[in-house]
Write a protein of this length. Structure first.
Length: 263
């Protein structure tokens, strides 16, 4: 449901509610009059009866009148919304990667075991190193995306943020910054549309498929470490990226073959 349809539905619901409440308040004075009239007949107290009628009737009528005025206002707002041109619903980019901090404790334990530091006495620099470990599960793929010019800022980012991220990605490509720093600056999130369309299908399929197994195997074979148990280093990436290149080449071959057969 688009914004326009949602707003119209909300206004119609409010109008319906106002009508129901106003009707109740209209019935209330009638019931009051009935019961008070019965009292008059039984007691013959005309003055008090009139006072009771005024006190019971007028507030209810005022409230009902205000509700009916609100109904008229809702009708005008609904008409104004219906007259507006159609606005397609806003579509946000899907999240490809999101670290919710679940890997942090594991990474911290590995880091402390390797460095001999107390988990309760980690400095700010230590915390930064721990997050470098925690982003093991995406840093290598992110580096490959940036290095191969497949990176672009998400359409959900405003111009200033997009410009800053594009500049930061350029620093990563020059190897002046590490990919984990990019993730730390974005709350551990990376959107699908931050990958250009040319490679987006592959990145999504590979990340949700063989990538994690490849990273785990690489850690054990080349670094003698478990996942989340080693920091990102460019020399390690240069060895690992061969696996991503091979997976990408295979993906292109499998997906380009059907196109050629249909030509």
């Amino acid at each position: 449901m688009g914004n326009k349809e949602k707003k119209i539905a909300e206004l119609k619901s409010k109008k319906k509610g106002d009508i129901i409440v106003a009707a109740v308040f209209q019935l209330f004075p009638l019931l009051s009059i009935f019961f008070i009239a019965v009292g008059v007949i039984n007691r013959g107290d005309t003055v008090n009866t009139i006072i009771c009628l005024v006190l019971g009737f007028l507030p209810a009528e005022v409230i009902a009148l205000l509700l009916f005025l609100d109904v008229k206002k809702c009708k005008k707002l609904i008409a104004a919304e219906e007259a507006k041109p159609y606005e397609p619903p806003v579509e946000f980019a899907e999240t490809l990667y999101k670290d919710q901090g679940l890997s942090y404790n594991t990474a911290r334990d590995f880091y402390c075991a390797k460095t001999g530091k107390n988990p309760k006495k980690l400095t700010g620099e230590d915390e930064k190193e721990v997050w470098d470990y925690a982003y093991d599960d995406f840093s290598y793929l992110l580096m490959w995306i940036i290095e191969n010019n497949f990176y672009q800022p998400s359409k959900d980012f405003d111009e200033d943020i997009a410009a800053d991220l594009k500049e930061f990605a350029a620093e990563i490509k020059k190897r002046k910054e590490v990919p984990s720093a990019y993730l730390s600056g974005n709350d551990g999130c990376f959107m699908e549309d931050e990958v250009k369309k040319k490679a987006r299908g592959f990145v999504i399929e590979y990340f949700n498929g063989a990538y994690m197994d490849d990273v785990r195997a690489f850690g054990k074979e080349h670094l003698n470490a478990e996942l989340y148990g080693f920091p990102f280093r460019f020399e390690d990436y240069d060895i690992f990226k061969v696996r991503i290149d091979e997976a990408y080449a295979k993906y292109k071959e499998e997906n380009e073959k059907p196109k050629k057969e249909n030509e």
